[in-house]
Design a binder for this molecule. Structure first.
Ligand code: FEO
Ligand code: CA
Ligand code: CA
Ligand code: CA
Length: 656
């Protein structure tokens, strides 16, 4: 049986919309009966919002007691957490924030941070003479900013909110902007004949992670020419840790021990550990590989590659880098991607570590929560239609692991979620030798369980979901929130996905049993259904949004929601905040739009400084279908992904 090269995936289409899960598990949308209609789930289910909030938030207004209304300012009894004036849907080529706030583009793709600090110049020579080379790109901020964190340079001290390290994921490239500076439809296909090794290397150098020291100067932030600045790319030397290290399935000709993978790609969302390291997550790694037409693989390899959708050569890397060409005697390189990678942002000489215990999937993010007993728990989504939600629980407390000279992320239990009809849920362990995860079923050891995480999750009966994206934990209640961005292929409506061809997505939340994040059972409910009112959304018209993706609960419990995809009234992507303490008797939380993005972008990545007085938000792929020149921070019209710095003009907390 052979895996064919398959059609080239259009750069502007979202590969996550296509299922590669053939398992017959009951879909999340099919297991919830009418009892869990949106109203009953939110107002009267076993996990009723009101009682949940009453018992969970000491001293906070209960859901039903909090009157809902617009224009309540901070300082009012039962005040909303959302003190700003909502902004309207956006259509322009500028970012918009509420009155009294300012937004400034920062760190656009191509900003020099290292070495000879080469200025941004669009295009790649010789296509564009004088454009930035691959070497230049390795010394500059990469493309397509995504998940991000701000690490105070003095770790919480006096300067913590005015100076720090920004770690920014650079998810992928728009090759037409990278190499020509202008929009060209179907570029990777039309340019195949002129692709050079330099172009491939420049693309690889635009991927990965940027770590950059930034400093506040008045209201503005600037880049420091710091020794801590670093670019991690598709070629950076890394190492494996955890049970899949050295596994036969991760060995290659270049790395026969299977211990030293190279590079990280399609770095989507992220996580932050309690010991101040950065986790970067490899999402759509599969599309970077070319599979020559007519190649024949053994059945195990075929099954594994098909389950992860390997192939497509979406960025033309296979034309000039044999590492990204899958052959029968070189079929393991794709298995070396799809991991969570730990980076120490404070040590630019450190080797990034692929933490295999966290599983191999199209990792969207890795939200780290410290459990009451000091163990670490990592919540993770696998972003593709009909994929699963995972969590990892460390075996020891992180402090005990560190005292012993080990990582808590290398030893523990990976679980996958099953959501049951009655609002309960179970975390199913993916442990070799337990249940169906045996050698007879194709899982020789724990390393194989992890390389084949999706297949293991199929085997234990996990619940297929509508594209799991980010997770976050409300720091006040401990409630876990999860965005499910959309599932346009859906044909059968039901309670949690009541719309045919669900274009809009939803947010699910759950409470772990006993409020213990290491628990193996949980109680879940829908937090909201996104979309315009006519779609059956549980949000009000003025709050309308679709395709929730980025998600972050700030220290006050505001739930920041970012979008990537179809918006009501064909508006630009946006960011809103929800106040979960204001869920009303109809199950509707107060939501206010805070930010609207530019033409063709998604809005992704959100963090504040510890004092919450500066917020960083990313604009990714502006003008991906043409039509944008944002941010225009210099003489060039090439649209560039960038961070946006948001401050409140009175110096106050963002969101108030
Ligand atoms: Fe990289 Fe699923 O967004
Ligand atoms: Ca995303
Ligand atoms: Ca997305
Ligand atoms: Ca994206």
């Amino acid at each position: 049986m052979s895996v064919s090269t398959g059609p080239i995936i259009d750069q502007s289409s979202d590969p996550d919309d296509h299922s590669s899960n053939p398992s017959h598990g009951r879909h999340f949308a099919e297991i919830v009966d009418a009892r869990l209609s949106r109203r009953s789930v939110l107002a009267g289910g076993m996990f009723a919002a009101a009682s949940f909030l009453t018992t969970s938030i000491a001293g906070a207004p209960t859901a039903l007691a909090a009157p809902r209304g617009r224009g309540r300012g901070p300082g009012t009894d039962g005040a909303s957490l959302l003190g700003y004036e909502a902004v309207p849907l956006g259509y322009g080529d500028e970012v918009v924030v509420p009155p009294g706030y300012s937004a400034t583009p920062f760190l656009p793709w191509g900003t020099p941070i290292l070495g000879s600090f080469p200025d941004f110049r669009p295009g790649t020579p010789p296509i564009v003479p004088g454009g930035n080379t691959a070497e230049d790109q390795a010394q500059q901020i990469g493309m397509h900013h995504d998940g991000m964190h701000f690490f105070p340079l003095d770790r919480g001290g006096r300067e913590g909110s005015s100076r720090g390290l920004l770690a920014v994921n650079q998810e992928y490239t728009d090759e037409f902007y990278l190499h020509t500076g202008t929009y060209i439809e179907d570029y990777t296909e039309v340019a195949k004949g002129e692709y050079t090794a330099e172009m491939v290397l420049k693309s690889q150098n635009a991927h990965g992670v940027s770590v950059v020291e930034v400093k506040r100067a008045g209201r503005k932030w600037k880049v420091e020419r710091s020794a801590l600045n670093r670019r991690i790319t598709a070629n950076t030397e890394m190492r494996f840790a955890g049970p899949a290290t050295g596994n036969e399935l991760v060995r290659t000709g270049a790395d026969p021990e299977g211990t030293s993978p190279r590079g990280t790609i399609n770095n989507c969302s992220h996580g932050v550990t309690p010991w101040d390291t950065y986790l970067t997550c490899e999402e759509n790694f599969n599309g970077y590989f070319a599979i020559p037409e007519g190649s024949t693989f053994d059945p195990e390899t075929t099954a594994l590659h098909e389950r992860y959708g390997v192939g497509g050569d979406r960025f033309n890397w296979g034309l000039h880098d044999a590492r990204f060409v899958v052959t029968p005697d070189g079929a393991h390189e794709p298995n070396r991607f799809g991991w969570v990678v730990e980076i120490d942002p404070f040590d630019p000489a450190s080797t990034p570590v692929k933490r295999t215990a966290l599983g191999r999937l199209k990792h969207e993010g890795a939200f780290v929560q410290t459990a009451r007993d000091g163990r670490v728990v990592v919540y993770m989504g696998d972003d593709q239609v009909n994929e699963y939600v995972y969590k990892f629980v460390s075996a020891a407390t992180w402090e005990a692991s560190h005292s012993a000279g080990t990582s808590p992320l290398d030893e523990g239990t990976l679980y996958v979620a099953r959501f049951d009809d009655d609002g309960s849920g179970t975390w199913l362990p993916l442990v070799h030798g337990q249940g169906p995860l045996t050698a007879e079923n194709g899982f020789a050891d724990q390393g194989e369980v992890l390389v084949k995480t999706r297949l293991a999750a199929d085997a234990v009966g996990a619940t297929p979901m509508d594209r799991p994206e980010w997770t976050t934990v409300d720091p006040i209640t401990g409630t876990v929130y999860l965005t499910l961005t959309n599932n346009a292929g859906r044909e059968t409506p039901n309670a949690p996905n009541p719309r045919v061809q669900n274009r809009w997505g939803q947010i699910v939340r759950w409470e772990e049993a006993g409020g213990d994040h290491t628990a193996t059972t949980f109680a879940w409910e829908l937090f909201l259904l996104a979309g315009p009112p006519e779609s059956g959304a549980t949000i009000e018209g003025q709050d309308a949004f679709g395709s929730p993706d980025g998600l972050w609960a700030d220290p006050d419990g505001r739930i920041w929601i970012q979008t990537d995809g179809t918006q009501p009234l064909a508006a630009n992507d946006q960011m809103l905040a929800a106040d979960p303490t204001t869920v009303d008797e109809n199950g509707v939380p107060e939501i206010k739009r805070f930010f609207t993005g530019v033409i063709g972008c998604e809005v992704t990545g959100v963090i504040t400084t510890p004092d919450q007085r500066t917020m960083f938000v990313n604009i990714q792929h502006p003008g991906e279908d043409g039509g944008s020149t944002w941010p225009q921070t210099d003489e060039f019209d090439t649209p560039r992904s960038a961070t946006v710095v948001i401050t409140k003009d009175d110096g106050g907390v963002i969101g108030t």
